[in-house]
Ligand binder design. Structure first.
Ligand code: G6P
Length: 610
């Protein structure tokens, strides 16, 4: 979705803004633009399409000179991608330029009002009203003008503002949409996302709802909506810029697949002290657990799939019923929840609008909320009662990989902690699983050896022309199949469906014909024979089957066309290993098909609209 970067300092703003925009590309966009204060005049350059086009048009940002500016990547919602609709937007007198993320819900009435007052609109976006509104309410003092503007805007917004009247300052306001101020040395930044400014600083301040930031090269001031100056505490983001760069890999997705051992180590290791799991201060006391009747796990996309894996694990070991619910369904379902339900909210970005709304509804009905989030200080992390960070590092590819597997690892930690406290697991089994979790990163590392990856690639390339691929499995293998199918759809545009293997015969099997490809997941020993019959049923109808099995189950090869294996590990934590193989499978198919792997069509990394 849209991205914002702003700069103020002593260097030329244009090239810095362009570099920042490139870091925001992964969020998904279809046009971009920058505005720089150039000798008391605001110069704007915009371009439809990739940043490369803006880069060429602005000669790497050098055609505008000036040390204060804002930039934007736009993901079209109101109005098609066009120069008119792209940001930055100017006020009619060209004294203000703004960039906006979010949606102004009352933009139509504001537009009608401003039009009747003589303001001319050039595009169709909701965002343009903000520039005109600032001009309309401008009283010579920008802070009081912005206070008034905040009272007039409904909806969600993160806005960066520059003014020709105040050429030595950069301003920002926000509500329900992320915006951080990056603190540099003799220069400062605004950004919708840490990665845009990470090259320059690791120190940030989060702008709060309905707050105003006034930023110069050497100073940052914050005000509440009443104009009262407020003190804000900076924090450090422990990500490094290398993690936000491709580092020799062809795609961020491939790099992030290979980063999984390190990411999983960061999720798990710091939380284990001897045989104890320490969840950053999150505790479940005995009284709470004895009153706990249910756990709702809520998320969207892959985060929802991570929750499905978590359900099997938690139900099995904690003996507490778990519901998996899509956030977008939860919020309109009048959910039955309250103090006896623990709501676990999963979100890599921590900004997904549906997921955030679900959290707020659960909390308003008295449920304790626990967020499993990657991005520090994100909206979901701040809104939840408890937060367990996955510490996966920045994830740039739209299709999540390390974000997803670390969410599963975090759910395992939560499940194990509850199970031990509740006494629903034996100490022996608890220790076995804990040690499986500790060695999991190394097991993933082994799986990512050249020989193993080559094998997946060979099969993937062989099937790159498939029209449709089925993924089947039972239990946790079914849960893992859902994510495998989603990965393939997202990046290769091949139609893929995941089915509970036992359901095939109830309908889907009618779709199996000669050479239809099915990936059959066979990692659970106890389900081996059931899977064997399901595979035979597919084969006998002419289908082609690749089995993805644990090494212990590799005898399944005799009834399949091809075999991929995962190292032997505890059945209960195998979905992490399966996920890695399926990520590679999707990646190499998409690569062979020549797809835009890191930025698949129509998808956005962080979906901040419902
Ligand atoms: C988008 C992304 C998915 C992601 C989902 C949830 O749809 O394209 O890859 O799984 O959002 O994102 P979150 O940040 O909440 O985990």
């Amino acid at each position: 979705m849209c991205g914002i970067i702003g700069y103020i300092g002593s260097r030329q703003a244009g090239p810095i803004l362009l570099e920042g925009l490139k870091k925001l590309e992964y969020r998904g966009y279809d046009s971009s633009g920058i505005a720089v204060i150039d000798d008391g005049v605001i110069s704007v350059i915009k371009s439809v399409g990739m940043i490369k086009a803006l880069d060429e048009k602005s000669k790497g940002g050098s055609v505008v000179s000036g040390t204060v500016g804002i930039g934007h990547t736009r993901w079209a919602t109101h109005g098609a991608p066009s120069d008119e609709n792209s940001h930055p937007h100017l006020s009619s007198d060209k004294r203000f330029a703004i960039v906006h993320n979010g949606i102004i819900e009352n933009f139509e009435s504001l537009r009608t009002e401003l039009k009747s007052l003589g303001y001319k609109f050039t595009g169709e976006t909701d965002s343009e009203v903000i520039a005109k509104l600032i001009q309309h309410h401008y009283c010579g003092d920008i802070i009081s003008t912005l206070r008034t503007v905040i009272t007039r805007l409904e909806g969600s917004y993160a806005v960066g503002i520059i003014s020709a009247d105040k050429p030595d300052a950069l301003y920002a306001i926000r509500k329900d949409n992320p915006l951080v101020v990056g603190l540099g040395d003799g220069e400062n930044f605004i950004a919708s996302d840490y990665t845009a400014a990470l090259e320059h600083t690791k120190n940030f301040v989060l702008l709060g709802d309905k707050e105003i930031a006034e930023i110069t090269a050497t100073e940052t001031k914050f005000y509440d909506v009443d104009g009262k100056q407020i003190k804000k505490k900076p924090y450090t983001v422990e990500w490094n810029i290398e993690e936000a760069q491709k580092g020799g890999y062809a795609h961020f997705m491939l790099k992030e697949i290979f980063e999984q051992p390190r990411a999983l180590t960061r999720t798990v290791r710091p939380r284990i002290a001897g045989d104890e799991i320490k969840l950053d201060g999150i505790e479940f006391d005995g009284d709470y657990l004895s009153s706990l009747e249910r756990i709702d796990i809520i998320g969207c996309g892959s985060a929802y799939h991570a929750g499905i894996v978590g359900k099997s694990f938690i139900e099995k070991h904690c003996r507490i019923p778990v519901n998996n619910i899509l956030a977008s369904e939860y919020i309109y379902s009048d959910p039955i929840t309250g103090p006896k339900t623990l709501t676990v909210i999963i979100s890599q970005s921590g900004e997904t609008a549906d997921t955030l709304s679900a959290l707020k509804i659960a909390a308003s009905r008295g449920s304790r909320t626990l967020a499993v989030v990657n991005v520090v200080q994100s909206a979901i992390a701040r809104a939840a009662d408890d937060v367990l960070y996955t510490h996966a590092g920045p994830e740039i590819a739209v299709a999540t990989t390390k974000g997803y597997t670390t969410q599963i690892a975090a759910l395992y930690l939560i499940g194990l902690k509850i199970a031990l406290k509740k006494g629903s697991i034996t100490v022996k089994r608890y220790k076995e699983l804990l040690s499986g979790l500790v060695t999991l990163p190394q097991t993933v590392e082994d799986m990512l050896s050249e020989a193993e990856v080559k094998k997946v690639r060979k099969y993937a390339e062989k099937f790159h022309n498939q029209k449709c691929v089925f993924f089947i499995g039972r239990g946790t293998d079914y849960a893992a199949s859902l994510e495998g199918a989603l990965k393939l759809k997202e990046i290769s545009y091949i139609h893929a469906e995941a089915y509970a293997a036992g359901e095939l015969k109830h309908g889907t099997i009618s779709l199996i014909e000669d050479h239809t490809l099915t990936l059959a997941l066979v990692t659970q020993e106890k389900l081996y024979h059931k899977m064997e019959s399901n595979i035979k049923a597919v084969k006998s109808r002419g289908g082609t089957v690749i089995a993805l099995a644990s090494r212990a189950n590799s005898k399944i090869k005799s009834c399949t066309d091809m075999l991929l294996t995962i190292p032997d590990c505890d059945d209960d934590i195998s979905p992490v290993l399966t996920a890695v193989q399926l990520q590679l499978f999707a990646y190499y198919i998409a690569l062979k098909r020549g797809c835009e792997i890191d930025t698949p069509r129509n998808l956005a990394k962080s979906v901040t609209v419902e």
